[in-house]
Ligand binder design. Structure first.
Ligand SMILES: [Zn+2]
Length: 77
């Protein structure tokens, strides 16, 4: 994991790309996926839902974890 992504993750912001903290491998996609799974930066769960396209800033979306119930920001690309 590169340091910038790790810092975002530790701060509680999901880094861009939809990957989890354990594996930063990213599959090659030729067609954008409509439904992107974002891992919770607090518990690592993939059971998350998007609450709003824009969070505290325009470059972040607001998500909520369905397991630990905590809201978090997702840093968009
Ligand atoms: Zn969680």
């Amino acid at each position: 994991m590169d340091k910038t992504r790790e810092k975002l993750w530790r701060y509680g912001i999901a880094p861009p790309g939809g990957t989890c903290a354990v594996s930063m491998e990213k599959p090659i996609r030729f067609v954008p996926r409509q439904l992107q799974v974002i891992a919770c930066p607090r518990c690592g769960s993939h059971h998350t839902e998007k609450l709003a396209q824009f969070g505290s800033t325009a470059c972040k979306a607001l998500y909520r974890c369905l397991d630990c119930r905590e809201p978090f920001d997702y840093f968009k690309l």
